[in-house]
Design a protein around this ligand. Structure first.
Ligand SMILES: [Zn+2]
Length: 168
């Protein structure tokens, strides 16, 4: 159904990020990965991401770059993952919760009037209440990823209709 994103679309890769990696945490959530931050010790079954060489264990990504998008590139390479644009903005950027579709009337007064008039489908974070919708920020996100040298499967993006988020 057009405009529907279900939890089955959520990525299976999960990350715990060491302190000082807040910028990377935001980007990992934007592209749809379950990302806990800050977590200072590894947990079983989840990738642990750290800049500290002496930390970590089996499922660990060590980042050496300082810019979040360069760190994202390091994570994708070391964890052997690619980005699925269909998962972008499937989680709250602030608290990592999967967003859920909500009736349009539920967001009246919570989004700008212009957005409310133009957009028919809204998603919301069940934890913090932040509202997400389809917007031009998706193009900006793709551009920033491309400029950082992170490839996207644009054919897959083109055949998917439901991409969510709000400007950040
Ligand atoms: Zn939230």
């Amino acid at each position: 159904m057009e405009g529907t994103r279900t939890n089955q679309r959520l990525s299976t890769a999960e990350f715990d990020l060491d302190g000082m990696l807040g910028g990377l945490a935001k980007w990992l959530r934007i592209v749809g990965f379950d990302t806990a931050f800050p977590r200072f010790t590894p947990r079983g079954g989840r990738w642990f991401v750290t800049a500290v060489k002496s930390k970590g264990g089996l499922l660990t990504v060590w980042v050496s770059c300082s810019r979040p998008l360069d760190q994202l590139k390091e994570v994708l390479a070391q964890a052997d993952l690619s980005l699925d644009p269909c998962l972008f903005f499937s989680r709250c950027v602030l608290c990592n919760e999967p967003v859920v579709e909500v009736p349009k009337e539920d967001v009246a007064g919570k989004v700008p009037d212009k957005i409310f008039d133009l957009v028919s489908c809204f998603h919301q974070c069940p934890a913090c209440g932040r509202v997400y919708w389809v917007g031009s920020h998706l193009e900006r996100t793709k551009e920033r990823l491309a400029m950082a040298g992170i490839p996207l499967d644009l054919h897959r993006l083109a055949v998917e209709e439901a991409i969510w988020g709000e400007p950040f």
